[in-house]
Design a protein around this ligand. Structure first.
Ligand SMILES: [Zn+2]
Length: 286
């Protein structure tokens, strides 16, 4: 099996993106992996700090390992881990890759925290890719009316270069018009000039787009054409799962068998992953 780093190099070369999907339950993960296997797409699956605290780092690793051992190209990411200590726990538990997000800290403190995680990760596995984040990515993984976006929060290319050199990260999450979650009262647009500027400044780093839920497909595809190689989706998957589960339970409120009443939620999730992987151009890339 290829490493995550090799898949990223391939994605950059061939101009497609690796989908990153967050899970909490075993049936969500099963839907992701089966959709990816059907389309022959490598995928990343992630647990945010909240998700990891609920599931347990060790349990998330065990679930994903069971698919890896069956030959699936699925990689487990510690998504938006907000402290070096918690990210290091994920590394120790066996996560394949880490997204340390201390972007709310002042620049120097962000650098110090990310560097600490990179050193810890590389000591365990020299091939481990660590992601850092620069710029202020607003919003949360839910439905919101409106989130104010300011160009002051966007990632600055010269800062990105200094940040990469100071920390040794190999993936960079940038802010260029994106936000977390879905907004009902606002259109989002990505600033491709910022993306191109960052890529010029750090040509060897993989660029990550967070907030894939609230963006038009055409915007995401334009970002991929301009060099984004990783797209994160969480909120849309939560909505699909929740809505399918809710309508199933409303249909038959006597049902108490989880593998029966969860099935439509699993199927809605799988359908969404199939669609996303096609949109990101990651079909037939194994
Ligand atoms: Zn994110």
């Amino acid at each position: 099996m290829k490493t995550l780093k090799e898949y990223f190099a391939q994605a950059r070369e061939e101009k497609w993106a690796i989908g990153h999907f967050n899970f909490l339950t075993a049936d969500q993960l099963k839907a992701f992996v089966e959709a990816a296997a059907e389309l022959k797409s490598p995928i990343m699956v992630g647990t945010s700090e909240g998700e990891a605290k609920f599931v347990g780092h060790g349990q998330a690793v065990a679930l994903v390992r069971s698919y890896q051992e069956a030959g699936h190209a699925v990689f487990l990411n510690a998504d938006h881990h907000k402290s070096a200590d918690f990210a290091k726990k994920a590394i120790d538990a066996g996560y394949d890759t880490i997204a340390i997000d201390t972007s709310k800290l002042p620049y120097e403190e962000n650098v110090a925290a990310v560097k600490e995680v990179v050193e810890h990760g590389k000591a365990k596995n020299p091939e481990m890719m660590i992601e850092g984040e620069l710029g202020y990515l607003k919003g949360s993984s839910e439905v919101q009316e409106k989130v104010e976006i300011s160009k002051d929060d966007f990632t600055k290319p010269e800062e990105a270069k200094a940040f990469v050199e100071a920390t040794g990260i190999e993936r960079l999450a940038i802010v260029f018009g994106n936000l977390h979650g879905v907004t009902t009262d606002q259109e989002m647009h990505l600033d491709m000039d910022v993306l191109r500027g960052v890529l010029q400044a750090v040509p060897d780093v993989q660029i990550v787009l967070h907030g894939g839920s609230g963006l038009e497909t055409t915007e995401i595809q334009e970002a991929i054409a301009n060099g984004v190689t990783n797209v994160h989706v969480n909120t849309e998957l939560r909505l699909a799962y929740h809505d399918a589960l809710e309508s199933e339970l409303a249909k038959d409120d006597e049902s108490t068998t989880p593998y029966k009443f969860e099935k439509p939620a699993y199927e809605a999730t799988k359908a969404m992953i199939l669609q996303k992987l096609k949109e990101y151009g990651s079909v037939n890339r194994l």
